[in-house]
Design a binder for this molecule. Structure first.
Ligand SMILES: Cc1cc2nc3c(=O)[nH]c(=O)nc-3n(C[C@H](O)[C@H](O)[C@H](O)COP(=O)(O)OP(=O)(O)OC[C@H]3O[C@@H](n4cnc5c(N)ncnc54)[C@H](O)[C@@H]3O)c2cc1C
Ligand SMILES: *[C@@H]1O[C@H](CO)[C@@H](O)[C@H](O)[C@H]1NC(C)=O
Ligand SMILES: *[C@@H]1O[C@H](CO)[C@@H](O)[C@H](O)[C@H]1NC(C)=O
Ligand SMILES: *[C@@H]1O[C@H](CO)[C@@H](O)[C@H](O)[C@H]1NC(C)=O
Length: 342
């Protein structure tokens, strides 16, 4: 049966969920995207977008997390191998995870299982970069400055409706009475909207620079990273737990610059395009859950929550959205089943 679903949030999570929903819902269904911020105003926009699962990414279970990552990698790989790759901002990138301190820093067991190329560095590579431990791998970068407009375009072309609006509470949406279900992809907004005290900002500051001679990515200790996207390079960074300061800090900036240039001296000639601070919507585990919300006067609203991807929302968006979409379809059927019985 055709349904009307509202997706709150137009970051990479909301947009990916909305477009996958369009594929999954029966003909005649309507998907409405509601958000107060779009494209360059979202957290997603500034993410480096590298596919590099770290230990802090946790879905509802270990096995599901792995499934999300496999599904996500496959999804992006398909775009990479299609004619949409450049428009969507997906490219393959090789690079290094380095450390002088601890061999564990350079190991990424999840990555090893999923991506195409993953090996220990040769002694020559280590010597060249003056490092003790290193891993070389080839993975993907998804640049949201391209991916978000690409998804938005697809969404609209297939009949999706977009509304710019701040949602104060889900009850507002319930009051409209026109949605069979709302999917809550509000990122950090969920701490208020979902009254979810587990959602915490992790502050990240970066430079966006132009340095076209740099082709590889580099990771080092102390949250130092150099990640080339399609037409800019992200230099980072910081990971400040429970810090929601979005102003660019000059002392963070000089420290990031120092660490990146130390790792890759040719960066001193890079052209700085802009500086940016984003707040990663961290939650100990990503929330993808059904909830039947009850309001005064016997009003109810079916909600599927989908937020809390922390520093890994870009890489895990397709897989976690596929799961959210399966919950949505399931919940809608359940709903209609109930109605039918009444
Ligand atoms: C410096 C930095 C580097 C990063 N690098 C990477 C990386 O390399 N790889 C990776 O995978 N991830 C990375 N991330 C993480 C990634 O940016 C996030 O996980 C991802 O953007 C989360 O997406 P989202 O859609 O949940 O949130 P957002 O992009 O924040 O979108 C939230 C949406 O919800 C809407 N919203 C919220 N509240 C309301 C409300 N009340 N009413 C209406 N609308 C509302 C907003 O307007 C917005 O449209 C990085 C993050 C930072 C800060
Ligand atoms: C997100 O979910 C919470 C419930 O956990 C709710 O209070 C909040 O209104 C939701 N936000 C949106 C925009 O759907
Ligand atoms: C990382 O930080 C530690 C502690 O502040 C410091 O001792 C170490 O030298 C730093 N490493 C690099 C590569 O900057
Ligand atoms: C948040 O980060 C900024 C910039 O790094 C820093 O100046 C400030 O002290 C931090 N605030 C807290 C509460 O840690």
């Amino acid at each position: 049966m055709a349904s009307s679903v509202c997706v709150v949030g137009a970051g990479v999570i909301g947009l990916t969920t909305a477009t996958l929903l369009q594929d999954a819902l029966p003909a005649g269904s309507l998907v409405t995207l509601v958000a107060d911020k779009f494209t360059t105003d979202t957290t997603s926009d500034g993410a480096a977008g590298i596919f590099r699962p770290g230990k802090y990414l946790q879905g509802p279970s270990e096995q599901m997390t792995k499934q999300w990552l496999e599904d996500s990698y496959k999804h992006y790989k398909k775009i990479l191998n299609s004619e949409d790759a450049a428009e969507a901002g997906v490219k393959a990138v090789s690079g290094y995870l380095f450390s002088n301190k601890d061999p564990k820093i350079i190991q990424s067991p999840l990555m090893k299982e999923i991506i195409d190329e993953y090996r220990e560095c040769t002694q020559d590579e280590l010597d060249l970069h003056d490092q003790k431990y290193g891993t070389f791998c080839t993975t993907l970068v998804i640049q949201c400055r391209r991916m978000l407009p690409y998804l938005m375009d697809r969404f609209k072309r297939r009949g999706g409706v977009v509304r710019k609006q701040h949602v104060n509470s889900l009850e507002e949406l319930a009051d409209e009475g026109c949605f069979d279900l709302v999917c809550n992809c509000s990122g950090l907004g969920a701490s208020v909207l979902a009254n979810d005290r587990y959602v915490t900002p992790i502050r990240g500051q970066v430079f966006k620079v132009r340095a076209p001679w740099i082709k590889n990515f580099y990771y080092h200790e102390n949250d130092t990273y150099i990640i080339p996207g399609m037409d800019m390079i992200t230099l980072g960074g910081t990971r400040q737990f429970d810090n929601d300061t979005t102003d660019v800090s000059t002392s963070d900036a000089s420290e990031i610059w120092r660490r990146c240039v130390q790792l890759l001296p040719s960066l001193k000639d890079a052209e700085v395009l802009r500086q940016w601070v984003g707040l990663r919507p961290y939650r100990p585990s990503v929330r993808v859950e059904k909830e039947l919300m009850k309001f005064g006067g016997g009003k109810t609203l079916k909600v599927v929550h989908h937020y809390g991807h922390g520093g890994y929302g870009v890489m895990s968006a397709p897989g976690s959205s596929m799961y959210a979409v399966s919950l949505i379809c399931d919940f809608l059927q359940h709903h209609q089943h109930h109605r039918a019985k009444l």
